[in-house]
Design a protein around this ligand. Structure first.
Ligand code: FHN
Length: 422
């Protein structure tokens, strides 16, 4: 049986793109800032549909270059792209026959999903599509728009069968192979409809993944809360969606960006807990990715060029007992290789201690250098304590995260803490 999660399990790092009409106001409407989430501006400010729809008459992202997006994502070390085909505002960024509310009816007039799909296919990048299945502030029967529509007349099934099902079918039949449909905010959508939606995806493309936010654990993996990293390592696949600043859509004002060190730290933590990180950019109304986002992602990409082995195809050691004062660890179970991510570089005597690893280390070096590092590994019988000391060079090779590669004799085994007697 094919393991359809295989590509996702190995990918570890993806690019999320939140892009739609909301890029035009960029978080400010008639001089007033939207309280949170620029892509939520319509709902946050209860903008009448007729007024919000006017944005479509303006939308002309002439700077959008799909090949640039995909090549940048590759350079940044990302292995998949998740693009908002339809967000909560109901506007389709592709040529849909189901509704007039789409990119085709803008001055731009070209199908964005088509262009991205072509570029992804040519550049060998996995394309995944975000689709807001429950919330739709344009459709009178969709969830969320309480200021334009009378809720008493609402019939969710009319929206579900009239827009959701046919649009998801369009996305999965007209654009080639899609890696995943990224559903969102299922709220209290009835379970039968969620099941039906999953069936639609499976019928159109049996290999296509469905993320956890289809609801009721019907997805192929679990989606963590936004910007959240679990405390414990998880054995099943999962994903953490994360912003670079404080919003998903483009913002004219939010310059509160995470620096490259923080992004790398988050990536390592997510991967070390067995997950994937899907990191967001919000292009502006012309289709330009914010400069600061590009700078940060380039830095992370450069780090990955040297240290990618410690990320792709890795996970953590399940139930590793200790927090590490100097950093984090990731582990490749196939090659029996452990990666020690040293974020707090030690002072004299320039060594780090890993307590709790039972397996013998056979070769140790810093990624990017072949020079072997000195180690000392011991087991103290009375304390039942395994120790591995790694001696590092005096000068820190990478201020952000120096990665020590530890080849093990066998699969990594960790000690347990809390069992006094054997
Ligand atoms: O409401 C959305 C939000 O706009 C954004 O798309 C994020 C991405 O995970 N999901 C929802 C909130 O969880």
């Amino acid at each position: 049986m094919s393991d359809k999660l295989q590509w996702f399990r190995e990918a570890k790092y993806g690019l999320f793109i939140h892009w739609g009409l909301y890029a035009i106001p960029g978080g400010t409407w008639k001089g007033q800032p939207s309280p949170h989430g620029t892509e939520w501006i319509m709902k946050n400010m209860k903008i009448p549909l007729a007024e919000y729809k006017e944005l479509a008459k303006q939308f002309n992202p002439v700077d959008f270059d799909p090949y640039y997006y995909v090549r940048q994502a590759k350079k940044w070390g990302m292995k998949y792209i998740v693009f908002t085909a339809k967000h909560h505002d109901g506007f389709a960024m592709y040529d849909t026959k189901v509704s007039d509310y789409s990119i085709i009816n803008t001055p731009y007039g070209k199908d964005i999903v088509r262009q991205l799909a072509d570029a992804c296919r040519d550049e060998n990048m996995t394309l995944c599509l975000y689709y807001s299945q429950m919330q739709d502030w344009e459709h009178p029967d969709g969830n969320g728009n309480t200021w334009d529509f009378n809720l008493k007349n609402q019939d969710f099934k009319r929206y579900f069968y009239g827009k959701v099902v046919p649009q998801v079918k369009e996305l999965l039949t007209n654009y080639g192979k899609i890696g995943m449909v990224w559903f969102d905010t299922p709220y209290d959508m009835p379970i039968e409809l969620c099941r039906e939606l999953a069936d639609v995806v499976h019928e159109c493309q049996p290999e296509c993944l469905i993320n956890g936010r289809i609801g009721y654990c019907l997805g192929d993996f679990r989606e963590a809360a936004d910007n959240a990293i679990p405390v414990l390592s998880q054995e099943e696949c999962w994903e953490s969606p994360m912003t670079l600043n404080h919003t998903w859509g483009y913002s004219h004002t939010d310059d509160n960006f995470k620096d490259p060190k923080t992004v790398i730290e988050n990536l390592v933590r997510v991967v070390g807990k067995g997950g994937n990180l899907v990191l967001n950019v919000g292009p502006d109304e012309f289709g330009k990715i914010p400069e600061r986002s590009e700078e940060i992602l380039s830095e992370v990409g450069k780090w990955l060029e040297v240290n990618g082995k410690s990320i792709y195809g890795t996970t953590g050691i399940p139930n590793f007992p200790y927090m590490l004062p100097w950093g984090d660890l990731t582990y490749n179970d196939e090659t029996h290789t452990l990666y020690l991510h040293v974020k707090n570089y030690p002072n004299f005597p320039y060594r780090i201690l890993l307590t709790g690893l039972k397996t013998k280390a056979i070769a140790v070096n810093i990624l990017g250098s072949k020079k072997p590092l000195k180690i000392s590994q011991s087991y103290e019988i009375a304390r039942d304590e395994n120790r591995l000391y790694v001696f590092l060079p005096e000068e820190c090779p990478d201020d952000i995260d120096t990665v020590v590669e530890v080849k093990l004799e066998d699969k990594a085994k960790a000690q347990t803490v809390g069992t006094a007697k054997k």
